[in-house]
Design a binder for this molecule. Structure first.
Ligand code: AMP
Length: 287
């Protein structure tokens, strides 16, 4: 058993980054404006856009933060101004990149230690792709079930309520620095709104210069069909659900449907790092 687990870990550790990368990554050129970046972000659904040849990178969270801090009051004129902001003003310049021939260990170590959700992939100094957290989760299918959801789930969950406006949800999410806000009615979990949902709404607001949409209650746009997880489930099974259902988080609820935890693709990336790189696997299977 011990030998098998060590060899399966070794097999996965050395898989090249190019195997996971999204080819034809979302790219805008350096003189683009925020509205151009938003259109590309919506088309590709990768959550990030590379500027130039990895001169910069913009994440969904960067765009939502700009909107949340600069659209005050969020009227038509401020929307028009925002959509014209040059991408160079909001991008993170010179992002850390990873070589296409590097192995998954190197990419994971960078993403975990520096808290990056993505890395542009380069070959001969040219950008050829991008990897994001969820691209790596497929490896859980090749790994033994040893780690449980309880070790990685966040138990203290920030929530919003159904009357909150989309604009307020945007503030809470950007201030706290995560990409999902479960919505409750009283104590009961009734839905979730994600950064990706808000990105689509913001794009619409900017294209149509519609300053009303962000005032709508979150209930109108939240996802009501939720997927759940139990603390004793294996992270491998949680990864399978996220990949097959095309979602980035799973929720854990109690008897009265009160929220007791959230597990996101970020948490699963940490779990993968733990299983592949830290010694957790060997120690656990030895006992
Ligand atoms: P995310 O950016 O949403 O993938 O989440 C980053 C980290 O924050 C992960 O550890 C999540 O478990 C945690 N997290 C995400 N959403 C929430 C929330 N609403 N309340 C508390 N923690 C959260």
């Amino acid at each position: 058993m011990y030998k098998e687990v060590v060899s399966e870990v070794n097999e996965v550790r050395y898989v090249q980054v190019s195997t996971y990368m999204i080819k034809d990554p979302p790219i805008v050129n350096e003189d683009s404006r925020l509205i151009d970046a938003l259109k590309v972000l919506n088309e590709k659904g990768v959550g990030r856009v590379i500027v130039g040849d990895s001169k910069g990178i913009i994440s969904t969270r960067d765009i939502l933060s700009v909107l949340s801090s600069r659209c005050r009051p969020c009227v038509q004129a401020s929307l028009a101004e925002l959509s014209e902001i040059p991408v160079s003003e909001i991008m993170t310049p010179l992002p850390v990149t990873v070589d296409a021939e590097a192995d998954i260990q190197e990419a994971l170590a960078l993403m975990v230690s520096r808290n990056f959700g993505s890395l542009p992939v380069v070959r001969n100094n040219k950008t050829v792709g991008i990897v994001v957290e969820r691209n790596f989760l497929i490896e859980f299918m090749n790994l033994s079930k040893v780690l449980r959801v309880s070790q990685f789930m966040t138990r203290k969950v920030s929530t919003g309520n159904e009357e909150m406006s989309l604009y307020e949800a945007l503030h809470v999410m950007t201030r706290r620095g995560f990409r999902r806000l479960p919505i409750v009615k009283g104590q009961r979990l009734i839905g979730i709104i994600t950064a990706y949902d808000l990105l689509k709404i913001v794009t619409r607001a900017l294209i149509k210069l519609d300053d009303q949409i962000l005032r709508f209650p979150v209930e109108k746009y939240m996802t009501k069909e939720l997927k759940y997880v139990e603390p004793e489930d294996f992270v491998n099974d949680a990864a399978t659900i996220m990949l097959t259902e095309h979602i980035g988080s799973l929720l854990h609820v109690g008897e009265n449907h009160e929220i007791l935890g959230i597990l996101t693709e970020r948490d699963l990336l940490l779990a993968l790092y733990h299983q592949l790189i830290e010694s957790g696997v060997q120690q656990k299977t030895l006992h």
